[in-house]
Design a protein. Structure first.
Length: 143
């Protein structure tokens, strides 16, 4: 099996220990820390490098991760749709996420870039992100 791990370096605006407070109901979350929650995903690991920064490695085949301030952009591995990009945007006011799966192409002949939306899902709870990702792409984030 040829496995490629992707790495994402995340700089949080709050200390990681403060974010651990989100997991105040450990029985409901299955953990009491951000690290525990991320490490619970098969083939994904969270390693804090200082109080605000962590390295997250994962095996989805996604790459080219870009921090958009309020979200994340990534290139997708070949999947069941023609989507080759994904934007996940956090709506802090609603405490929900929006996911935009799209195909971006570039013509080397005309130097034109084209974008075609494949699927747009709005108002997604954080615990539904993985399910939505798999439903649209057919890719799994865990075994």
């Amino acid at each position: 099996m040829n496995t490629t791990y992707q790495t994402l370096i995340v700089k949080f605006s709050e200390p990681i220990t403060a974010l651990d407070g989100i997991f105040d109901e450990a029985q409901a979350w299955g953990t009491n820390t951000l690290k525990g929650w991320i490490d619970d995903y098969e083939s994904t690991r969270f390693t804090a490098t200082d109080s605000h920064t962590a390295v997250i490695t994962s095996m989805t085949g996604s790459r080219d991760f870009i921090d958009m301030g309020n979200g994340l952009r990534m290139s997708l591995a070949r999947n069941k749709t023609s989507a080759n990009r994904l934007d996940i945007i956090y709506d802090a006011g609603a405490d929900l996420y929006n996911m935009r799966f799209y195909r971006r192409t570039f013509s080397k002949k005309t130097f034109e870039s084209r974008t075609k939306d494949i699927a747009i899902h709005e108002g997604i709870y954080f615990d539904m992100l993985e399910e939505m990702f798999t439903m649209v792409t057919g890719l799994y984030t865990r075994f």
